[in-house]
Ligand binder design. Structure first.
Ligand code: HGY
Ligand code: MN
Ligand code: MN
Length: 414
């Protein structure tokens, strides 16, 4: 292995750190529930900070709650190279989604220090705030704010299901990590590389260790609110009812029929379905449901998404319906130069790589709007993710970190 830094990556240390971070928000089924800006995320940040501070890295945070660990370069004034991902998880998340990008970044920097290599440009490891969009909607708020794609004021006012605002969550995080200084939001970035598990089965099935990510498929999200009328389950006549649940389920079925494609390329998900008053003997007066729609072809994504309001309206019956378009992110392609660089690093490290489109969303989407951006995938078992059974191997994680370390060093040199 000719790569100088790659040989310093410590597979056991990287694995142990994943197992240690998995304790923050550990679930009985072996996964994690580490919601954005939660005490669990704060304790995970503190543990990562402990490892980083021991290496001389400096922690900081910005007004959007993004968390940075900086290895100062020999030219501190030069725009830094960023790497990282997220520490928040889905409610039934796994040990590797997001965490891997943060820990692989830390491992890369630790390998450089061990090799006594000081990069010219500073390298910053980032844990972006609320990538998952589980507690606060939409996801990727932190990287969107960093890239100027979403106004901070709008983000601060968004509330979770318990009515807690992002601003209150940020205050709680600050209270949990009072020693972390604040820095300006945004700023010049030379390049960004994010390591992540694939969250799909392709690398494992094709027998490749490294995915050189070509881009990210497009995604549109919606919130549909169906309003009916509460009524007694025993006395109200069917013809008089305004049953929001009945209307909402018919809307979902009609949407599923339209989104069904034989090639299974359209990805349509209703992940959240909230019924009010949610009492067995009361006809539901309100249903709010989420729509997560994805497709690699932006024109198809646009046209399918545009049909959602009319499809829902057609199934409303005696109820009212409001279809809100929340986010629209079209498919993107990472710069060929970044893909070539990652490919060359994989070759130098001596691991097999293939080009692959990301079907999952990542903060790299927003960094792509501010600097040359790339992603490195490693396999996960059976492609399972957003599931407590999510699993990866120590050697694949280490190989991905080796490629990342080489790429970061190369990017931080010029
Ligand atoms: O939903 C996504 O694609 C990401 O894993 N949060
Ligand atoms: Mn992720
Ligand atoms: Mn995820």
């Amino acid at each position: 292995m000719s790569a100088a830094i790659a040989s310093r990556i410590d597979e056991a240390r990287l694995w142990e750190r994943h197992m240690s971070i998995a304790r923050h928000g550990a679930t009985a089924a072996g996964g994690v529930n580490r919601q954005a800006l939660s005490p669990e995320e704060a304790s995970a940040r503190r543990e990562v900070t402990g490892w980083a501070s021991a290496l001389g890295l400096k922690a900081s945070t910005d007004a959007a709650g993004n968390f940075f660990l900086r290895l100062e370069g020999t030219d501190p004034s030069a725009a830094p190279v960023l790497t990282g991902s997220h520490l928040d998880s889905q409610p039934t998340g796994g040990k590797f989604d997001g965490v891997y990008g943060v820990l692989a970044g830390l491992e890369s920097v630790e390998a450089m220090i061990a090799a006594k290599v000081r990069p010219r440009r500073s390298i910053e490891i980032v844990a972006w705030m609320n990538e998952e969009g589980s507690r606060f909607v939409p996801g990727m708020m932190g990287s969107a704010a960093f890239a100027g794609a979403m106004p901070l004021e709008e983000i601060l006012g968004i509330r979770d299901a318990a009515g807690v605002s992002v601003a209150e969550g940020l205050a709680a995080m600050k209270q949990a990590c009072p020693e972390v200084p604040e820095r300006a939001l945004g700023g010049p970035v030379k390049a960004y590389v994010e390591a992540h598990i694939e969250q799909g089965p392709i690398l494992e099935r094709e027998g490749f260790t490294i995915g050189i990510v070509t881009g990210i498929q497009g995604k549109r999200t919606f919130r549909v609110t169906v309003t009916g009328e509460e009524a007694h389950a025993g006395t109200s006549l069917r013809r008089d009812r305004k049953d929001a649940l009945l209307a909402a389920t018919q809307m979902v079925q009609a949407l599923v029929a339209v989104m069904h494609d034989a090639e299974d390329v359209v990805k349509f998900t209703v992940g959240r379905f909230t019924v009010q008053p949610n009492a067995p003997s009361v006809v539901p007066s309100s249903v709010v449901f989420s729509i997560d729609l994805r497709h690699p072809d932006s024109a198809v994504l646009q046209s399918l998404g545009d049909r959602i309001p009319e499809i829902c309206a057609a199934q409303a019956g005696p109820c009212e319906v409001k279809s809100e378009k929340l986010t629209t992110s079209m498919s993107l392609e990472f710069p060929p130069a970044m893909r070539q660089l990652i490919g060359a690093c994989a070759e130098r490290v001596g691991v097999r790589s293939m080009e692959i489109l990301s079907a999952a969303g990542h903060d790299a989407r927003y960094l792509h709007t501010v600097c040359p951006t790339g992603m490195i995938f490693v396999p996960c078992k059976d492609g399972i993710s957003h599931n407590e059974a999510e699993s990866a191997t120590a050697s694949d994680l280490a190989d991905g970190a080796r490629v990342l370390a080489e790429a970061l060093l190369e990017l931080s040199r010029d």
